[in-house]
Design a protein around this ligand. Structure first.
Ligand code: ADP
Length: 401
């Protein structure tokens, strides 16, 4: 029954409550719609993102069935999502000999963890194999068991092929390098004996028959002696060169100051004869083959004296701490070198002058380069014709052999 006794005030209050309910209802509806729209936007965003990424992205359920399979997966494998959805991934992609292993691994998944990262071969629709590098993440249920596995993969087939080809090339190069070194060693070693015989007999000829035959004969014998001596030098140098790696000694803590003392002692006559001024920084200790360090410094100092200018020869031996490596240098005030020859002079038997003015075979710097590289360092120079040269080389602080 209607209550007609309500006061005007009561009626107004009831009307106010009713209006409030109506507006509350519409606000919650509105909120719901906004949330729904947001969710849809987010879903569209994720699905666009899922499809445009260059990586293969696949979602599996805990049984190994494919739930999602992005566009890159479809492009690379040749399968559409319709062909693979709700099917076990091993029925398509796992190589036949691994199917049983993968199935078992998946069965045991709930007791263990899905591997985070691995590489494997994937069989694609045309029957060929692609090598994929996978990163995986698990989506867990509230009880801690796995609900989904999201796998993201990169096709590294091309990269791997390039790496393998490069590795093969490096191995081939190392092998041919060793063969070449062995060849140089055997050839120079075995040539020494017949050469010794030739040298001693032409020398004997020169001693015994000089002046007894005609002038031409004397001249020819002199050429033969000269040629035999030169060949002996070249073969000896080649042998020294090939011994850098084959007969190199173990790297040990080496005091460079004693190395320099040793070198200066070896060259003392030359230094005295040419009145050479030599200054030297305080030198560090390095991990190296000490006799090979002697060879480097001796070659560089010897060249600094040999390629002197008309000024009094001044040589400075310097060292600097370069963190991971030690930098050494030998600076002279000699004739200098044109920049166009900076590379060439480090090659075997390359010389810029004739042997009459500057004796030598052109192997000293090639030996220095080989020794420095055996130690993991590098060698180069700065020079200006007429203004001297500075030869730099580095030796890694921790040793490299
Ligand atoms: P070699 O001293 O037997 O000629 P190297 O291999 O030691 O052989 O040097 C190669 C060439 O580099 C030399 O013939 C010379 O032309 C040039 N060279 C080397 N050291 C110097 C130097 N300190 N000053 C000028 N030229 C140099």
């Amino acid at each position: 029954m209607q209550d007609y006794n309500k006061t005007k005030k009561q009626l107004i209050n009831e009307l106010f409550d009713l209006r409030q309910n109506v507006s509350e209802l519409s606000i919650s509806e509105l909120n719901h719609k906004i949330v729904e729209a947001d969710l849809k936007k987010e879903r569209n965003f994720s699905s666009a993102f899922f499809d445009i990424v260059g990586a293969l992205v696949m979602v599996l359920d805990s049984k190994g069935k494919i739930i999602q399979f992005n566009r890159t997966c479809q492009t690379i494998t040749g399968y559409s999502i319709e062909e693979v959805r709700d099917k076990y991934f091993w029925d398509f992609f796992t190589v036949p000999e691994e199917v049983d292993k993968v199935k078992t691994a998946f069965k045991e998944l709930q007791t263990g963890r899905y591997p985070n990262e691995y590489e494997n071969y994937w069989r694609i629709k045309d029957g060929s194999l692609r090598l994929i590098s996978w990163s995986n993440t698990e989506i867990l249920k509230s009880d801690g068991t796995i609900e989904y596995v999201i796998s993201s993969g990169i096709d590294i087939t091309g990269r791997k092929e390039t790496e393998e080809a490069l590795k093969k090339k490096i191995q081939e190069l190392a092998r041919s390098n060793t063969e070449l070194e062995q060849f140089a060693y055997v050839a120079s070693h075995d040539l020494q004996e017949p050469l010794r015989m030739v040298t001693s007999f032409v020398q004997l000829l020169a001693r015994r028959y000089k002046g007894h035959l005609d002038d031409d004969a004397d001249e020819f014998i002199a050429y033969a002696v000269d040629g035999a001596n030169r060949m002996k030098e070249l073969i000896n140098d080649l042998l020294t060169y090939s011994r850098v790696s084959s007969k190199g000694k173990e790297f040990k803590e080496t005091n460079c100051a004693s190395v320099i003392n040793h070198v200066l002692n070896n060259l003392r006559l030359l230094i005295k004869e040419d009145d050479v001024i030599i200054t030297c920084d305080e030198l560090p200790t390095v991990i190296a083959d000490s006799s090979q360090l002697v060879q480097i410094f001796q070659n560089l100092i010897n060249n600094a004296i040999k390629f002197r200018s008309s000024k009094q020869t001044q040589i400075h031996i310097g060292a600097q701490d370069g963190g991971k490596e030690r930098l050494f240098y030998v600076k002279d005030n000699g004739i200098g070198i044109e920049p166009e020859y900076f590379e060439r002079i480090f090659s075997i038997f390359q010389r810029l002058h004739d042997k009459d003015n500057y004796p030598g075979t052109g192997i000293g710097l090639a030996i220095c380069k080989k020794i420095v590289e055996r130690h993991g360092g590098h060698i180069w120079l700065e020079s200006e014709p007429g203004n001297g040269s500075t030869f730099y080389f580095t030796i890694p602080t921790g040793g490299n052999g």
